[in-house]
Design a protein around this ligand. Structure first.
Ligand code: CTP
Ligand code: CA
Length: 226
C-alpha cells in the first residue's frame, strides 16, 4: 500500500467546519430539514486533518463516520449549530461553512405532538429567520483582521457565478465556493467554483474527497498570501 502523504499544508492551523443539514422542530415528532448529506463538509474536515490541521467538525444530523483525528460536535438545529460554532470559533484560524443551514425555523415549536382536529384545516405554521452563522463569524474582529480565514459555500440552481460573487460580498468572506451542477446533495462527486477578490477557479467534476483536498490546497495558498 502506497500512502499518499500530503505535505502538511495546514500545519499549525485550527480549522472549524460546519457540515450537513439542520433539523428544525415543529413538534416533538416532526421537523423541517433538507437533503444535505454532509459529505462535502466531512470530506473537507478529513482533508484539513490530512493536511496537518487541528480540526473541529460541527455536524448536523447525518449518517457519516467521523474522519480520523477530527473532533466532532453533533447538533440538530441552526441555533444549536450557531451556539456550537460560537463556542469553538475563538480558537480557530480557518472557518469553513459547508453546512446547509435552515434559513427559517418554526416560530414556536409545539411542546406536544400536533393532532388533527377533524376540521380538515392544517395547522398554520409561522417561521422566524435563523441566525446567519457564516455572516456572524465573518463579522468578528478576528475575521475582519484576517486572523480567522472564512470560507462560505453556495448551492445555487442558476447563475452560479453571479450569485457566488454577490454572496461573497454579502457575507463578507474572502472565499466563496459554489457547487456547480445539478443536485450535488448526497452524491459522491461534485464540481466547485472558487470565487475570491482576485480570481475565479474552477475545480472540475471529481470525488468530493479529491475536491476537498484541492480546496484545502487553495485555502493554504491564500493563507500564505500567494
Ligand atoms: N449559512 C450559515 N448560516 C445560515 C445560512 C447560511 O452559516 N443561517 C452559510 C452556509 O453554510 C453557506 C453560506 O452561508 O456557507 C451560504 O448559504 P446559502 O444558503 O447559499 O445562502 P443564504 O445567505 O442563506 O441565502 P439564500 O439561501 O437565500 O440563497
Ligand atoms: Ca440559505
Amino acid at each position: 500500500v502506497i500512502a499518499h502523504v500530503q505535505p502538511p499544508l495546514l500545519a499549525g492551523q485550527r480549522v472549524l467546519v460546519t457540515a450537513g443539514p439542520t433539523f428544525e422542530a415543529i413538534d416533538p415528532v416532526r421537523g423541517i430539514t433538507n437533503h444535505s448529506s454532509g459529505k462535502m463538509g466531512f470530506a473537507i474536515a478529513r482533508a484539513a486533518r490530512e493536511a496537518g490541521a487541528e480540526v473541529t467538525l460541527v455536524a448536523g444530523p447525518v449518517h457519516l463516520r467521523t474522519p480520523r483525528g477530527v473532533r466532532r460536535v453533533d447538533v440538530q438545529s441552526a441555533q444549536q449549530m450557531f451556539d456550537a460554532v460560537m463556542a469553538e470559533v475563538a480558537s480557530a484560524t480557518v472557518f469553513v461553512a459547508a453546512a446547509a443551514v435552515a434559513d427559517w425555523r418554526p416560530a414556536q415549536p409545539a411542546e406536544r405532538k400536533l393532532k388533527k382536529d377533524g376540521s380538515g384545516q392544517p395547522p398554520a405554521l409561522t417561521f422566524v429567520e435563523n441566525p446567519d452563522i457564516l455572516a456572524t463569524v465573518a463579522a468578528l474582529p478576528r475575521a475582519r483582521s484576517g486572523e480567522l480565514y472564512c470560507v462560505g459555500f453556495a448551492a445555487e440552481s442558476h447563475d452560479l457565478l453571479a450569485h457566488a460573487q454577490a454572496k461573497r460580498a454579502r457575507k463578507g468572506v474572502p472565499l466563496l465556493v459554489g457547487n456547480i451542477g445539478p443536485a450535488t446533495f448526497g452524491r459522491d462527486d461534485n464540481a466547485l467554483l472558487l470565487v475570491d477578490e482576485r480570481e475565479v477557479v474552477e475545480l472540475p467534476p471529481a470525488p468530493k474527497i479529491a475536491l476537498a483536498r484541492q480546496l484545502v490546497a487553495e485555502i493554504a495558498r491564500r493563507l500564505r498570501g500567494v
